[in-house]
Design a protein around this ligand. Structure first.
Ligand code: FEO
Length: 166
C-alpha cells in the first residue's frame, strides 16, 4: 500500500462518519414518516442515499490506492426529537460535525504531503458547503413555520420536490 498509515486510518474512519450520516438521515426519514410529513421524509431518505454515495466514494478511493477498506461500527442514531425544528437542527449539527472531520482529514493529508488524497478530499470540502447550506435553509424554513400547520405542510410539499442531485 502506498498510503500513509495515518491517512489510511483517517480515510477508513471517514467511511464510518459518512455511514453515520447515512444512518442519521435514515432515522430522520423514519421520524418524519411517523409525523406524516412525507415530503420531509422523502428529502431525508434522498440525503441518506447521498451519504451512502459519499462512503462508497472513499471506499473506492482506498482500493484505488492499493489498500483495503476497513469498516468500523456504527452508533445507534437518535430516533426521536422534541420537535420538527429539533430534527432539522440535528441534521445541521451532523453536517457541521462532518465538515470538521473532513477538514481534519484534509489537514492530515496535507501534513503528509499526500497530494492525491488532498485533491480527492477537495470534492468533499465543496460538498460540505452545499450540504450545510441545504440543512441551514431547511432549519430556517422550519423555524419560520412556527406553530402553523399550514406553513409546515407547505414546507413539506417543497421538500417533496427534491430532485436527483439536489
Ligand atoms: Fe457526506 Fe452530509 O456529509
Amino acid at each position: 500500500m502506498d498510503l500513509d498509515k495515518e491517512v489510511y486510518d483517517g480515510l477508513n474512519k471517514q467511511i464510518t462518519h459518512e455511514l453515520e450520516a447515512w444512518y442519521t438521515y435514515l432515522s430522520l426519514s423514519a421520524y418524519f414518516e411517523s409525523k406524516t410529513l412525507l415530503g420531509a421524509a422523502f428529502w431525508m431518505r434522498k440525503q441518506a442515499e447521498e451519504e451512502m454515495g459519499h462512503a462508497m466514494k472513499i471506499f473506492d478511493y482506498i482500493h484505488q490506492r492499493g489498500a483495503k477498506a476497513e469498516l468500523g461500527a456504527l452508533p445507534k442514531p437518535a430516533s426521536s426529537f422534541p420537535s420538527v425544528v429539533a430534527a432539522f437542527e440535528a441534521a445541521l449539527a451532523h453536517e457541521q460535525k462532518n465538515t470538521a472531520h473532513i477538514y481534519a482529514l484534509l489537514s492530515l493529508a496535507e501534513s503528509k504531503s499526500d497530494e492525491a488524497t488532498v485533491s480527492f478530499l477537495k470534492w468533499f470540502v465543496d460538498e460540505q458547503v452545499e450540504e450545510e447550506d441545504s440543512a441551514r435553509k431547511n432549519l430556517d424554513l422550519a423555524k419560520m413555520c412556527g406553530d402553523s400547520a399550514a406553513a409546515l405542510l407547505q414546507l413539506d410539499a417543497l421538500l417533496a420536490k427534491r430532485k436527483e442531485g439536489d
